[in-house]
Design a protein around this ligand. Structure first.
Ligand code: ASP
Ligand code: MG
Length: 403
């Protein structure tokens, strides 16, 4: 059986007209003889509205009830899509996560998929039905409804492609692929034909908001190719695939920025085993997400550690750091609000020289001061002032990706 798994995001099913358009798109695939499994998100901004509704009732919602509520958006879109298909004489059936036994752990609001049963889906496909599955939701062992984290329908779709052993999964969204930069910042970013899982993960981590990170991890693990494309046209989008299968490997395939971060430096803490572990353990205990970490080389038995957190976590993080300072007899805790992390990502970096120096030079030519640097195998990130985030993205993009 030639199974196609497609996922349509909120904008793609945002209105009755859009739902009808999606239905006719599915019809073309059915007419080509494919068996189609469709995963949908909630219509438009439904999930956001549900969150707002909660805010007007309580500031401290019970997690189980929250997932019970947030999962309802998808139940609306799956059934409407099934009806739209019926209208154009295509047999279709919708299923919630619990009906097809998308088993997850019990971590409400951020549950992980453990297994999915294919029985119902396969028998519906055998009856020549289009199967429509609610994204973003599952059930735990006690049959509580769980959700996979905001944007989680991508992950539902990839997980389904994996269990149905479909090599390809189409992700329909409101952009027509993965671009080398945010078009709101760079006037003519390039659409990539292909990108590797690793680059996509790195880009997601560094601020690009195209795919749910976990969906990329899943795709990589189960070797599912993701085709990110628009439901508003028929153009080819971007294929997210294994590095080895790519035809072209760019030195830089994306430039991103993540604004509204803050930097903290703890000066002169003891330079011995276990200190970094202690510092970041304390921060984690206080549920503070730490992003970039840089430790300076020790001197006289002392070292300094700098790291970034979200602006909104700064006060909480500073409190923790002041306690650490006292405990470890550090000399100071410095901080700076409103910084940005600007990054360049590309697998081609592995085999080319001078990428970092070119990036630093171009920033210096525009008088942008680099406050922290960190690198990975396929990425270089610089911490700079928020004010220059857009400029930095523009000039780095120009240097590496424009003639
Ligand atoms: N409806 C959910 C959300 O808005 C899931 C999704 O869109 O993927 O986060
Ligand atoms: Mg969404």
């Amino acid at each position: 059986m030639n199974i196609i798994v497609q996922k349509y995001g909120g904008t793609s099913v945002g209105s009755p007209e859009r739902i009808k358009a999606v239905a006719s798109r599915i019809k073309t695939n059915v007419e080509k003889g494919h068996s189609v499994v469709v995963v949908v998100s909630a219509m438009g901004k439904t999930t956001d509205s549900l969150v707002e509704l909660v805010n007007s009732i309580t500031k401290n919602p019970d997690k189980r009830e929250m997932d019970m509520l947030l999962s309802t958006g998808e139940q609306v879109s799956i059934s409407l899509l099934a009806m739209a298909l019926h209208e154009i004489k295509i047999d279709a059936i919708s299923y919630t996560g619990s009906q097809i036994k998308v088993l997850t752990d019990g971590n409400f609001a951020n549950a992980k998929i453990v297994s999915i049963s294919t029985d119902k889906i396969m028998s519906s496909l055998q009856q020549k039905k289009v199967v429509i599955v609610a994204g973003f939701q599952g059930i735990d062992e006690e049959e509580n409804i769980t959700t996979l984290g905001r944007g989680g329908s991508d992950t539902s779709a990839v997980a389904l492609a994996a269990v149905l052993q479909s090599r390809d999964c189409e992700i329909y969204t409101d952009v027509d692929g993965v671009y080398t930069a945010d078009p709101r910042i760079v006037s003519e970013p390039k659409k990539l034909k292909e990108i590797s899982y690793d680059e996509m993960l790195e880009l997601a981590r560094l601020g690009a908001k195209v795919l749910h990170s976990r969906s990329i991890e899943f795709a990589k693990k189960y070797n599912v190719r993701l085709h990110v494309r628009s439901s508003f046209n028929y153009e080819e989008g971007t294929i997210v695939m294994p590095r080895e299968e790519m035809m072209e490997k760019f030195v830089i395939s994306g430039v991103t920025s993540k604004k509204d971060q803050a930097k903290i430096t703890i000066r002169n803490i003891p330079d011995r085993p276990g200190i970094a572990a202690e510092v970041f353990h304390e921060l984690a205990e206080n549920k503070i997400l730490v992003d970039m970490i840089v430790q300076s080389t020790g001197h006289d038995g002392k070292a300094s550690i700098s790291f970034t957190v979200l602006n909104t976590d700064l006060d909480k993080a500073l409190k923790v750091c002041e306690d650490i300072k006292t405990k470890l007899k550090a000399t100071a805790v410095d901080n700076k609000k409103d910084i940005a992390i600007v990054s360049a990502v590309g697998v081609g970096m592995i085999s080319s020289y001078g990428v970092a120096s070119r990036m630093f030079r171009i920033l210096s030519e525009h008088n942008i001061n680099i406050e922290m640097i960190s690198t990975s195998e396929i990425g270089i990130s610089c911490v700079i002032d928020n004010l220059y985030a857009e400029l930095a993205v523009k000039v780095i993009h120009k240097e590496f990706l424009e003639e």
